[in-house]
Design a protein around this ligand. Structure first.
Ligand SMILES: *[C@@H]1O[C@H](CO)[C@@H](O)[C@H](O)[C@H]1NC(C)=O
Ligand SMILES: *[C@@H]1O[C@H](CO)[C@@H](O)[C@H](O)[C@H]1NC(C)=O
Ligand SMILES: *[C@@H]1O[C@H](CO)[C@@H](O)[C@H](O)[C@H]1NC(C)=O
Ligand SMILES: *[C@@H]1O[C@H](CO)[C@@H](O)[C@H](O)[C@H]1NC(C)=O
Ligand SMILES: *[C@@H]1O[C@H](CO)[C@@H](O)[C@H](O)[C@H]1NC(C)=O
Ligand SMILES: *[C@@H]1O[C@H](CO)[C@@H](O)[C@H](O)[C@H]1NC(C)=O
Length: 295
């Protein structure tokens, strides 16, 4: 139907209505156009009340009902739950919780799996009530690497990720996407790394800053003290056996570096940079994840 035809019908229908209403009082004869063929019809006011509704005038009468369609196929679907709900308690890998330990009442802290969805879930432990810690079973075991002048060559600095078979991040056993998702839910982070084999005595802890630097998640190199370019720093903790009065001068088997921050994007650290410029002896070095927790 072209536009002019259509508008003329609208106009005529309008006129029909007006006249029809007018005739309720006037009771005189009137003329209307009611269909596509533009036939002219004459009607009296008494007929107006029986006039079919306007859409019937335009569309014609309804046809008879068609035959019934074929029945649907009776099929069982392998339903995979889509997304998950706030009610998921994180009791299985396929139904991870989206809430950290802080947001789960202590009686409900049986939760083990956290994640955006079943493909991205990872195992956690609730510690001290409010801390969400990456389950230690995710951490890959420490690997010892012998460091000597053959390995370091002329270079002063050795990056752990270059000499080790697994990067520090891979040793956490958790993917980057899982860490960044967790960052969005938490307000603070803390991490502990254990460094074996540097043979530093507790009384020489002050020298560790020249030996060890860390690369943070947000790509800043930090040391054991704050600097103009890197205000964040790590702390050094020796095991008790190395801090007893008579053992502080003996080289310690290992020490821990710990970090805690409310700028969660700083953690976890992604690499360790060793400064072997003054190292003559061969070293048998290893790094181990002890703790990575968020609150
Ligand atoms: C989680 O808990 C904290 C403090 O208890 C609260 O401020 C926050 O709104 C909670 N978040 C959710 C998603 O429940
Ligand atoms: C940790 O949780 C406990 C009990 O759930 C609460 O009393 C305490 O204030 C929380 N601590 C912090 C630092 O939010
Ligand atoms: C360096 O490598 C050479 C040859 O591979 C070897 O003979 C030497 O012992 C190595 N030096 C050290 C300090 O391991
Ligand atoms: C690396 O070690 C050398 C020798 O101990 C020291 O002079 C230098 O300042 C250290 N470099 C860094 C960046 O700590
Ligand atoms: C430390 O050494 C002193 C003298 O060698 C000894 O008298 C003392 O019992 C030792 N202390 C410990 C805790 O071993
Ligand atoms: C390095 O230390 C570990 C643990 O003490 C030991 O098992 C390994 O044999 C050592 N490797 C070398 C080359 O000394």
């Amino acid at each position: 139907m072209d536009a002019s035809k259509f508008s003329s019908i609208i106009i005529f229908v309008g006129i029909f209505l007006c006249l029809c209403l007018a005739q309720v009082k006037a009771e005189s004869e009137f003329t209307i156009v009611t269909d596509d063929s533009e036939k002219t019809c004459t009607s009296k006011i008494s007929d107006c009340s029986t006039t079919p509704p306007i859409h019937d005038l335009l569309l014609g009468l309804k046809g008879a009902m068609g035959e019934q369609g074929l029945p649907g196929v009776n099929r069982k679907c392998d339903c995979i739950p889509r997304g998950n709900t706030e009610n998921d308690k994180g009791e299985s890998r396929s139904r991870p919780s989206k809430r950290t330990c802080r947001n789960v009442s202590q009686s409900d802290q049986k939760q083990q799996w956290l994640g955006k969805n079943e493909l991205d879930s990872f195992k956690i432990e609730c510690v001290e009530g409010n801390l969400t810690c990456i389950a230690r079973e995710n951490f890959l075991p420490a690997v010892f690497i012998e460091i000597n002048k053959n390995l370091t060559g002329e270079s002063q600095f050795v990056y752990w990720n270059k000499i080790a078979s697994r990067s520090l991040k891979d040793m956490l056993g958790i993917r980057s996407s899982q860490i960044t998702w967790l960052h969005g839910l938490v307000n603070s982070a803390r991490q502990t790394l254990r460094i074996h084999g540097l043979n530093v005595a507790a009384q020489n802890r002050g020298t560790i800053g020249t030996f060890v630097q860390l690369l943070t998640w947000n790509d800043v190199i930090i040391g054991s003290a704050s600097t103009d370019s890197a205000p964040f720093y790590y702390n050094v903790v020796f095991p008790d056996s190395c801090t007893e009065t008579n053992s502080t001068a003996k080289p310690c088997e290992y020490f821990d570096v710990t970090m805690e921050t409310e700028m969660v994007v700083r953690l976890p650290v992604t690499d360790i940079i060793f400064n072997f410029s003054s190292t003559e002896a061969n070293l048998n070095v290893s790094v181990e994840n002890i703790e990575l927790c968020f609150e």
